[in-house]
Design a protein around this ligand. Structure first.
Ligand SMILES: [Zn+2]
Ligand SMILES: [Zn+2]
Length: 259
């Protein structure tokens, strides 16, 4: 087995493209925060769009951190699903499909917030005009099929939250739904979740910042992966418990404190 290294990961970060995200969630601030926090792998997951992933990749360069392209989908059942992909081509392809399933409602920035697409230098390229909030006309199962078809990772978002979550809205993990992991917002309450849903014990869990504001990236708990190298495919192995790769949730050690 190759030598494995431990990487901190935050696989759910919003940018200025999400209407509900702060305008300081640009590539420069996100990458600087990842450096400061010692986060070796991040995923950019805006609501229903992947248009700011290239800017974050551009600014990150060869990394660290590794940038994984993602999209957070809100299904017909109002369930949030974190969908991660191996590269931009798959993410863009998925984004194009999701866009067709969005209601054709124009954003009203004064109500919902700006949806800004930027480049790696944080210059504004354009404002997304279709409202990225709301639900797409796809079911949980339908989204799962499309993610699997693109070799992506399907991770139901913040399953322990009382709204917009698989367990809150459906009440259970549908049997046969091919999830790669579940995201828990408050890992300190994992015992409660297991007590309510004993079937989830033994499933791979991650925790993420789901940051809409920069300060939210500094979480109390963090997902760590033991991988041969930081890559999407290594993460897939870890979530599958294969080849000795591992995923775990840890309390963050205060080694990132600023002087
Ligand atoms: Zn969400
Ligand atoms: Zn989110």
């Amino acid at each position: 087995m190759p030598l494995l290294n431990r990487y901190r990961a935050d696989l759910h970060i919003h940018t200025v493209l999400s209407p509900c995200a702060d305008l300081d969630m640009g590539p420069v601030n996100i990458i600087r925060a990842a450096h400061r926090l010692g986060t070796g792998i991040i995923a950019i997951a805006d609501h229903h769009a992947a248009a700011n992933v290239p800017a974050v990749m551009e600014y990150a360069g060869a990394g660290p951190p590794l940038i994984i392209p993602g999209i957070e989908v809100q299904t017909r059942e109002d369930v949030h699903l974190l969908c991660l992909f191996s590269g931009l081509r798959a993410a863009d392809d998925f984004a194009a499909l999701i866009r067709e399933k969005l209601p054709p409602v124009r954003n009203r920035p004064e109500l919902f917030g700006e949806q800004v697409v930027v480049n790696g230098a944080e210059e504004i390229l354009y404002f997304e005009e279709i409202l990225l909030a709301g639900s797409v006309d796809m079911t949980v199962e339908g989204v799962a099929r499309e993610v699997i078809a693109r070799d992506g990772l399907l991770i139901p978002s913040h399953v322990d939250r009382p709204a917009y979550s698989l367990l809150a809205n459906l009440g259970f993990l549908p049997p046969g739904l091919a999830v790669d992991a579940l995201e828990i917002a408050r890992p300190e309450l994992m015992g409660k979740l297991w007590a309510e849903h004993p079937g989830l014990k033994g499933m791979p869990f991650i925790t993420s910042s789901d940051a809409h504001f920069l300060s939210q990236m500094d979480t109390e708990y963090v997902t760590v992966f033991d991988l041969a190298e930081p890559s999407f495919w290594e993460i897939k192995l870890a979530l599958g418990g294969k080849a000795g790769r591992r995923v775990a949730i840890e309390a963050r050690e205060p080694d990132h404190a600023e002087p």
